[in-house]
Structure formats: C-alpha cells, structure tokens
Write a protein that binds this ligand. Structure first.
Ligand SMILES: N[C@@H](CCC(=O)N[C@@H](CS)C(=O)NCC(=O)O)C(=O)O
Length: 211
C-alpha cells in the first residue's frame, strides 16, 4: 500500500496510526503542502485525489481511498483486529461522535486551505488567523473533554478511532500554541496513546518527510 501523506497533516497522521495499529506495511509518498504553492495541486496528485488533499491510500489493487475516516473504516472492515470501534452500537456511536467532532467540525475550519484563504483572500493578519484557529480548536476540544472517559484511552482500555483523532488534533493545537491546560482528560489520553508504538511511529517528527 502507498500512503500519500505530509508529515504535519493531522488527517494523514490519523491514517498512519490506523495502519500501524493494524500492523500493515505501507510506503509513504510525501506530498508537500506548501512547497511550490502546494504540491497537492499538481496534475499528478490531482489524478490520485481530485480534492487535492492528503491522506490518500493506494491499495495494492491500485484502488485509491480518500478521507481519513473512510480509510480508517475500510481498514477496520478488511483487517478487523484490533477493532477500532466498540462492538456495541451505543458505545460505537459515542466513539464516532468524538471522532466526528474532530474530523468534521474542528479540523475543516483549520486546514491549510482555510487558513490560506483567511490570510490571502480575506487579507487577515497573523494574529487574526491564529485567533480563528485557537477559537475553533478550543471550543471543539471543550466538547471532546466533556464527552471522553479516559481509562486510559478516550473510551476505556481499548484504543478507538476517537483516540486516533484526538492525538493528531492535540499535536496540531500544540504547534499553533493553543493553550490546552483546561483539557486534562484529553492530555491524559494523549500521553497514554503516545506510549504505544503505533502512535509514536506515526508522529510527524518520525516521518520520512519530516523537516
Ligand atoms: N476530511 C479530510 C481532510 C483532509 C485535509 O484537509 N487534509 C489537509 C491536511 S491535514 C490537506 O491536504 N490540505 C491541503 C490544502 O488544504 O490545500 C480527511 O479527513 O482526510
């Protein structure tokens, strides 16, 4: 398998964690999101992903999967061990709600394209862009903090897709210097997860394209 990735991308980070948890080998194809105006916009990469975003996972069959949460669902369907969502429907819905707060509500407001639109099209200065970022991350993480039940992972003793979304979002927030002191449960989950090799190997600084 080939993972089109960028070391700083939190969505690609989610896919890397899931691949590692499932014990799957993959080759990283680095797509630099800022060099040359963003190499995600190259015709070669648009042929892989018309949305011009990472991650994209190319299977050995040549099929390409897009969207980190869809990639994670696929991996969980095809490689069921270890499961990334609980078996019971109610618990599964709660885990997915946290994953979707991050994947559908927090992250889309803060990805490279949105921040660049604020900077260049809306002509907002650095302080305004940082305030935008911090606002949406903090309000989203407040909800996550209220919903999770660390033990030591977000929903107990098994890693789930909620943890897979939390750790990259925390890394991203730290990179933007967002204060996380109020989120003690999230911090505990982050610490517990990063002790696992699957999470550690997926960290931005451990990627072949890390700068
Ligand atoms: N919902 C998508 C988000 C993908 C996404 O926005 N990726 C970012 C990096 S984290 C990206 O490629 N941005 C490129 C751009 O905004 O131009 C997913 O979960 O895969």
């Amino acid at each position: 398998m080939k993972l089109y990735s960028y070391f700083r991308s939190s969505a690609a980070y989610r896919a890397r964690i899931a691949l590692n948890l499932k014990g799957l080998d993959y080759q990283t194809v680095a797509i630099h999101l800022t060099k040359d105006g963003g190499r995600q916009f190259s015709p070669e990469f648009r042929a892989v992903n018309p949305q011009a975003r990472v991650p994209a996972l190319e299977l050995s069959s040549g099929e390409v999967l897009l969207q980190s949460l869809a990639i994670i669902d696929y991996l969980d369907d095809v490689y069921p061990e270890p499961p990334l969502v609980p078996a019971e429907a109610l618990a599964r819905a709660k885990v997915r709600a946290v994953a979707q707060i991050i994947g559908s509500d927090i992250h889309p407001l803060n990805n490279v394209a949105v921040l660049n639109y604020l900077r260049y099209s809306m002509q907002q200065d650095k302080a305004a862009v940082e305030a935008w970022y911090a606002h949406w991350v903090s309000t989203g993480l407040e909800a996550v903090e209220a919903l999770i039940r660390p033990g030591p992972y977000a929903f107990g003793g098994h890693v789930t897709v909620a943890d897979i979304c939390i750790v990259p979002q925390v890394a991203n927030a730290r990179r933007f210097n967002v204060a996380l002191d109020a989120f003690t449960k999230i911090a505990a989950v982050d610490t517990a997860c990063l002790k696992l090799a699957a999470f550690d190997r997926a960290r931005p600084e451990n990627q072949p394209d890390a700068e």
